[in-house]
Design a protein around this ligand. Structure first.
Ligand SMILES: [Zn+2]
Length: 233
């Protein structure tokens, strides 16, 4: 079993010759702001309810073209910008982005004065919170019936690749995707064994660009090591 699972990690581009990427109908429609807003609220609240998150937060769509989403620590409003919406093709991908932001909004309630000072550690150790939000996003998605592999898909499709993370607020996207892959594999392996994203062009590209990191992970699985992997650029 272990051997099979280690092979699974390394099974790159198995379906490279399979017919390309199935046609997807777009989730969002240009200029239909009300409809786009409603799609965002509905999936956001579905994630909250399915995960029994009893902290209040709201969701909004912004027509600004930043390829980003953000969470206000002041009023717990989660915004997805149109620049990122342009990349989102499926409900799973939208749920991935919202689930990550929900983690930040949940954290904004921690600590004294109703979480008033919670932004401080986010400034000094932001990448710790980003890693936590990526892991929680996987859990939140699974609990709400979404496929967590979509978190890797949307990142590989839309998030750029910087050279160094030392001054960055986020870990490098390559590292984030490898850590998410490891987390899904460890906690929810069924999503990788029966993976409907196997032929997805963005997932295939992740398999291609993460081969060195997945080799590191396969080695960890093979040896049974518990050591945290430092994934490469
Ligand atoms: Zn974040």
């Amino acid at each position: 079993m272990k051997k099979f699972l280690a092979l699974l990690i390394l099974s790159t581009l198995l379906a490279a010759s399979a017919p390309a990427f199935p046609a997807t109908s777009r989730l969002f429609t240009a200029k239909e702001i009300k409809k786009n807003n409603e799609t965002i609220y509905e999936i956001g609240f579905r994630l909250l309810n399915a995960n029994k998150i009893d902290k209040r937060m709201t969701f909004s769509y912004s027509t600004k073209d930043n390829v980003n989403a953000s969470t206000s620590h002041i009023n717990r409003n989660i915004i997805i910008y149109d620049g990122l919406i342009q990349y989102i093709s499926t409900e799973d991908e939208l749920a991935a982005v919202l689930a990550h932001e929900i983690s930040h909004a949940v954290d904004s309630y921690n600590g004294i004065f109703r979480g008033y000072l919670e932004f401080v550690p986010h400034i000094f150790i932001p990448r710790k919170y980003e890693r936590k939000a990526d892991q929680r996003a996987v859990d939140y998605m699974v609990n709400a019936g979404y496929n967590p592999v979509a978190l890797i898909v949307i990142m590989n499709k839309a998030f750029p690749q910087y050279r160094y993370e030392v001054l960055g607020t986020h870990p490098l996207t390559s590292r984030r995707m490898a850590m998410i892959y490891e987390y899904i594999y460890t906690k929810y392996p069924a999503f990788l064994v029966n993976n409907p994203y196997q032929n997805n062009v963005y997932y295939q590209n992740f398999l291609l660009n993460s081969e060195h990191n997945r080799k590191k992970f396969a080695q960890k699985v093979k040896t049974g090591s518990k050591k945290k992997i430092r994934y490469d650029y």
